[in-house]
Ligand binder design. Sequence first.
Ligand SMILES: [Zn+2]
Ligand SMILES: [Zn+2]
Length: 561
Amino acid sequence: MSHPHPELSTPPPLPKGGLRVIPLGGLGEVGRNMTVFEYDGRLLIVDCGVLFPEDHQPGVDLILPDFGPIRDRLDDVEALVLTHGHEDHIGATPYLLRERQDIPLVGSELTLALLDSKLREHRLRNTVHHKVKEGQRLILGPFELEFVAVNHSIPDALAIVIRTGTATVLHTGDFKMDQLPLDGRITDLRAFARVGEEGVDLFLTDSTNAETPGFTPAEKSITPVVDQVFRDSKQRIIVACFASHVHRVQQVLDAAVANNRKVAYVGRSMVRNMGIARDLGYLTVPGGTLVDAKELADLPPERQVLISTGSQGEPMSALSRIAQRSHNFVHIEEGDTVLLASSLIPGNENAVYRVINGLARWGANVVHKGNAHVHVSGHASAGELLYCYNIVQPRNVLPVHGEIRHMLANAELARATGVENVVVAEDGVVVDLVDGVATITGKVDVGLVFVDGTSVGDITEADLKDRRILGEEGFISAIVVVDSVSGKVSAGPEIHARGFAEDDAVFDAVKQPIIDAVNAALAEGNTDAYQLQQTIRRVVGRWVSGAHRRRPMIIPVVVEA
Ligand SMILES: [Zn+2]
Ligand SMILES: [Zn+2]
């Protein structure tokens, strides 16, 4: 990853009593959060999340933080502390545990429950869990942890105080300061103040909304829109939101009950997460409200509510399929109302508008961020961050969780309140806290680690470039000369390609399979040129989609000699 310190090299050994911070992901991007703290030879990791790929990374399922810098030191890891259950904080944990399965996992009840279902999917059993609550303390090697309640767009989120023999660190995790949240669990500013009074040497703060002036509106402020949708709608209501947004789902459930409607979940992650949240008491579902989607379809439309995934236009999601009228049992009808109760994550605009247009084309009334107040952010805006700096009065600040512009805006806020030392660092930049002063002391090599199907880290940036080109404009031609007397391939295949790898050697892998397939077809008496060309097309097509995940134009040519 690029960062503004090309001159940096490997950091010097950490002085005794010093605390080292090594961000492996999440600083310079929104996603794959992972920060390593080192003290007295021991390591503590905070969060281990994923980043979702964008359009220019075809075939990539997930992007992980780079574990490279700690790979040789996994035995020094005291624990992995998880601030909350969002994918950008827990999603990479199974991949870390594949490298050392007994790293103790520390988190709140809901966070660990959401993580657990993920670990089971990866067949990771016998993992070590420490379930913690706000107010609780936990000693792990040289690190003394204290957990503080914070309010965010998922319940049970925690900020973390890390005390070593020489320093106190406060890490906000993702947070905002909704003063009237649905569950009444507010960010514990009294604890922030108490720890601040004791002296915070390093304060790591959520930068996501640092550019947004003022305060993030209350979650309850979207209630009027939800109520209006339920009041005005004469037919079915479909609500799409994030599958982890328990409080958003609670609002919809409450409105459904008040309006004598029944609710079904659509989408695997929605069904799973809301099941966990309900079992643990984070979601209250009045008896008889929830039915399965097929049962719901038997009710008159004015009694139906569907809560669905797909609010970001994800092509395989339930909502996208509903918009294309290709969903198994949800058939969008004229007069249905669709409420997209979520943010529009940059990069997803085209996909989301495609879904909105698709729904509107069938006559649905679509209520979304562009035409109604249907979403509030889960992150603190500038005003809330200023409050926090004034309450905590930290000696040093390290903005986290954001693109560089977010982190720079956050740094400005810290400076404006009088914080003397603000350090802006991106992934891989090492920050040492020594004698109460944080400074950048070096860098470690980190990159993007791509998960592609079952392979982790085998795909490189160069491979993705090939995929992009081949996928967008590439073609492959294969010319084979067949000897009509011997009934065998006598020359070729000669392969030409455009928009594929620079090096023609990549095609060596497919040459013999082409010869074998054509010879086999000839041996079966297949001499028709068109059919032989189809044989070549199949072999090349299978190979290129298997090895490169693309579908270029394939031009097979059979010449008889
Ligand atoms: Zn979050
Ligand atoms: Zn996050």
